[in-house]
Design a protein. Structure first.
Length: 467
């Protein structure tokens, strides 16, 4: 009887211990709500995090809509006390979120996790710092840049040196004239050198303004300088370049004939040269592997005119991970954003990306991570890929150019700047509705008025003075 009771007691204790362990384990497992991109590559990356962090469960909520929609959704969640723990953000929007008091400053976590700006491409780190309070509000994940691509066969066709892209704006204007083609009715059939975003280029207006010595805002983003004389001169050159390509109306009509993927305009000879992003290399590998192309940095015009030196410059955007204000699990949230932007997370993303490309039977080329060591691994992985040496060399050039990159001004009015500059002022000049100076003067006044309003709100809320 005693033996039976001993067994019964031991059995009860064993069952109790199992139940207790289950309760403790369940209580210890924390859930992070993450607003971020989806898709197979991201899902595999998230799974790797959960495999290495069994005490954390990710509740993934796909991000949708533009900034205005995401702004309303996040600010409502923060005000209601139910924000996500992590949010994927466009880095140039970070200062806007910070000004809205929607993000958690990350500075206190940096020494604890032994992070340093030197581990990341410095410009990507700096872009996540709000200049009005000098606090870091996100960890940078990925970036990009802009370079010049050209079709060597078309250059040969018109008698232009196919192995060297012209340096000066005057030379580029003349080459654009030679490369641009029209049919018998005067319709554009080929754009020579695409330098306008939306008409074959990407990010060109920003980088060309810097290349010419212009600045869009003052250092702490309290004053708009969009009508800087060098930016006026840049816009004037963009108008001339568009005019020799048939004018913006004909160029826009020509755009209607463009295809995508294998029929993309640069791949089928409808654009002879363009300023575009480093992602173009993977598109070439995938859709136009036999394209005979060249690449070149964009060079600083202001330095070349004074010193005849070729100093590169480029423009970067990219994304980051942030912790919204009021997040319930900020420590675990920081562990997640540290992991996903660091060597282990970027490695998981790269491996998932390579595996996905292989499953689709298509070539792979790397993105540029913000984390420095990750890019060394990406170049090593690229060396094993079945892509041309021209693509490998081009990717290496794009990685090297990150040392010369600039990013858009960190400002609560950054999105308005984007819309007023590229959506209004530039187009008014291209359509000859206003002179470049008139267009940029008007845009400067509009943006400054909104910036002043945001400054007033921020100074009133924080008690700090910036002006």
């Amino acid at each position: 009887m005693k033996s039976y009771m001993r067994i019964l007691i031991l059995g009860v204790l064993f069952v109790f211990s199992l139940v207790s362990f289950s309760i403790v384990s369940s209580a210890a497992k924390k859930t992070l709500e993450v607003w971020a991109p989806g898709g197979k590559i991201w899902e595999d990356t998230y799974q790797e995090f959960q495999r290495t962090h069994p005490d954390i469960e990710l509740k993934f909520v796909p991000l949708t809509g533009g900034f205005d929609e995401r702004k309303q959704k996040l600010l409502s969640a923060v005000a209601g006390g139910v924000p996500p723990d992590v949010m994927w953000v466009d880095r140039f929007e970070v200062s806007q979120w910070a000004a809205f008091d929607a993000l958690t400053p990350l500075n206190k976590y940096i020494p604890k996790y032994k992070l340093s700006p030197s581990q990341y491409i410095r410009q990507t780190w700096d872009e996540a710092i709000f200049p009005w309070d000098n606090q870091l509000y996100a960890l940078p994940w990925q970036t990009d840049n802009r370079i010049i691509f050209w079709n060597k066969d078309i250059f040969k066709e018109v008698g232009v040196n196919p192995d060297k892209f012209p340096i000066t704006w005057e030379e580029q204007l003349e080459v654009n004239k030679k490369l641009t083609k029209f049919d018998d009715k005067g319709n554009v059939t080929r754009i020579g050198f695409a330098v306008v975003e939306g008409l074959g280029a990407n990010g060109s207006e920003w980088v060309l303004g810097w290349a010419n010595g212009g600045e869009y805002m003052t250092a702490r983003s309290t004053k708009v300088t969009l009508n800087h004389p060098k930016l006026v001169e840049t816009l004037d050159w963009l108008v001339k370049m568009t005019d020799v390509s048939g004018g913006v109306e004909k160029a826009a009509a020509f755009k209607g004939t463009w295809g995508i993927e294998v029929q993309a305009p640069f791949f089928v000879g409808k654009i002879a040269a363009m300023i575009n992003g480093n992602w173009t290399f993977e598109n070439i590998a995938r859709y136009a592997p036999n394209l005979n192309f060249g690449v070149s940095p964009i060079y600083r015009r202001d330095v070349y005119l004074k010193e005849k030196k070729l100093v590169p410059i480029t423009f970067s955007g990219g994304h980051a991970f942030a912790i919204p204000k009021g997040a319930k699990n900020p420590e675990d949230a920081f562990e997640f954003i540290r992991w996903i932007t660091g060597i282990n997370g970027t490695r998981a993303y790269r491996n998932a990306s390579i595996a996905f490309s292989k499953s689709m039977n298509r070539p792979w080329a790397p993105i540029i991570f913000a984390y420095q060591a990750a890019n060394k691994e990406s170049l090593e992985a690229l060396a094993e890929q079945p892509v041309t040496q021209a693509i490998k060399d081009g990717v290496k050039l794009s990685f090297d150019l990150m040392a010369y990159t600039r990013f858009r001004d960190r400002s609560p009015a950054a999105l308005l700047m984007q819309r007023e500059f590229l959506g209004h002022a530039r187009d008014e000049a291209l359509y000859h509705k206003k002179t470049p100076k008139q267009a940029l003067d008007d845009a400067t006044r509009t943006i400054q008025a909104e910036l002043d309003r945001l400054l007033d709100e921020w100074e009133k809320r924080t008690g700090k003075k910036l002006r």
